[in-house]
Design a protein around this ligand. Structure first.
Ligand SMILES: [Ca+2]
Length: 500
């Protein structure tokens, strides 16, 4: 087959990069000219949502096209076990050259390592920013340099090794800008202290939210540690009376480091785009830039993710594919990470329904071409399983997001998921009117004026749970029927990590 006959895929995914730290999305805090190039060359997607806002589960959903309750990767303490297959396995069996570089975070036991790739080189676990250890099929080694550069170098070398007649799928997974936000030396002059605007919801008192949410350990003021900041908190900023000043001081350091990490991603995406241009591959290559989920950048006073509010729920998604996508286009259709696998196979001319029958997603290739799809989903279903983990204390919940509203049910139990606690909370609900209240400041779940809206959304939630074969909460003593028993080794590993 000659070059250009089949579509290539370059999938670049960072870790915890929120859309509101990309200038193509109107960022107030930074500028990302190379990421913006993808949007200018192609499409900015405005309503792409993760289905479980945390690293490992999002990655498993992307690879398999399934929800956490189907693929079994429900928390960061679960691993890929390939109970359902992945789209790279399908592409490889269809003759594609396939590669995976960077953050895997789906386990390093023999059973959980990458499959379906001709070659792979990954960080163990979360990976390190500087001189990281990396593993491949031959073992482990330390690689000198900065992680984002290294992952890009590996990717460029592999691209150069391909012959002209080979179609390929390359997954480029950056560690950045995940905690602990260690920038490259060459970006440390950027974002001078005090220069970064605070979000408008920075001092949200979360007054109308559920009790479980008011108890999360994700506040910049009280939960961001000296380790996170790489320095001690000064004496004059300690204590309850100095909370606001302490929060402002921490925010500047946190965001400076985070945005400096993002800047390295932007530089390196530029290198990758340049190479595709130089090699004449750009026209027929679907280039995707996304992140495994969003992140709170001081929004509502928080950092981290997990929750169903938009800053965490939304995945940035910029795509270029000149052969099919009009330059400078936009898409507002609701899409989830479960839809990626079917779409990528479709883009390569492969029918997902027959090759990846376990997929729960739907190809959005027609939307990339700018076509209207009359019966496209009008909501995204979400479920966070890692209930009340000892570090973040974020409650388990599920919910539904439409273009106008968001309904969330904090059902308050871990149901035996690895990493979840066995504390049971009261059941609580939240409802947000995204048109009247786009920053989700006012929970109207119990407002009589929204009774009909809530009832409609509860029906839609039930409909989507049936569609994706998930089960509603039936009490703390009724484990989810889809869960297989987790092996004792996994459970022991969870206990060891939390004991540290
Ligand atoms: Ca992540």
């Amino acid at each position: 087959m000659s070059a250009g006959a089949r579509t290539n895929i370059v999938f670049v995914m960072s870790d915890d990069h929120a859309a509101h730290a990309i200038s193509a999305y109107g960022s107030r805090v930074n500028s990302t000219p190379n990421l913006d190039r993808i949007a200018d060359n192609g499409m900015r997607m405005d309503a792409v949502f993760c289905t479980n806002s945390i690293c490992s589960p999002s990655r498993a959903s992307i690879l398999t096209g399934t929800y956490s309750h189907v693929n079994g990767v429900s928390s960061i303490w679960t691993e890929m076990d390939y109970r359902v297959p992945t789209f790279p396995e399908v592409l490889q069996s269809a003759g594609y050259r396939t590669a995976m570089f960077g953050k895997w975070h789906l386990g390093e036991s023999g059973e959980s390592l990458p499959r379906g790739f001709d070659t792979w080189t990954i960080f163990p676990g979360q990976g390190d920013y500087v001189d990281p250890e990396m593993i491949d099929e031959t073992g482990s080694r330390t690689v000198s340099g900065y992680a984002t550069d290294i992952v890009t170098d590996l990717s460029l070398d592999w691209l150069d090794s391909l012959s002209d007649d080979e179609s390929f799928c390359m997954m480029v997974h950056h560690k950045a800008p995940h905690r602990p936000w260690v920038p490259d030396e060459k970006h440390k002059h950027l974002y001078a202290d005090g220069s970064i605007p605070e979000p408008e919801t920075f001092f949200d008192d979360n007054e109308t939210r559920s009790r479980a949410i008011r108890g999360v350990h994700m506040t910049i003021a009280d939960d961001m540690s000296a380790d996170d900041l790489k320095q001690e908190i000064p004496e004059h900023l300690r204590g309850a009376e100095n909370r606001d000043a302490r929060m402002r001081w921490k925010y500047q350091i946190y965001m400076r480091d985070y945005l400096q990490c993002v800047q390295s991603i932007d530089d390196n995406v530029g290198r990758l785009l340049d190479r595709l241009d130089e090699k004449g591959l750009a026209e027929n290559t679907l280039v995707v830039y996304t992140s495994d989920q969003g992140f709170f950048l001081g929004d509502h006073g928080w950092f981290d993710k997990r929750l169903m509010y938009d800053q965490s729920l939304q995945m940035p998604m910029l795509v270029q594919w000149p052969a099919e996508i009009a330059a400078g286009s936009r898409c507002e259709a609701i899409i989830t990470n479960v839809d990626f696998a079917a779409t990528f196979l479709d883009a390569c001319g492969i029918d997902a329904a027959t090759t990846l029958p376990t997929s729960q997603g739907r190809s959005f290739r027609p939307l990339l071409r700018g076509e209207e799809v009359e019966d496209w989903a009008d909501a995204a279903y979400y479920r966070y399983w890692e209930h009340d983990d000892p570090i973040h204390a974020a409650p388990a919940h599920y919910g539904i997001r439409t273009a106008e509203h968001k309904l969330i049910h904090y059902y308050g139990a871990g149901l035996g998921v690895p990493g979840a606690s066995d504390r049971v909370f009261d059941e609580e609900w939240e409802l947000y009117d995204l048109k009247a209240d786009p920053t989700e400041m006012r929970n109207v779940a119990d407002d009589p004026a929204y009774a009909a809206v809530r009832s409609g959304l509860e029906s839609k939630l039930a409909e989507y749970q049936r569609r994706y074969r998930d089960q509603p909460y039936r009490g703390p003593d009724t484990p989810h029927p889809e869960w297989g028993p987790y092996d004792s080794e996994t459970l022991e590993r969870v206990k060891r990590v939390f004991a540290r």
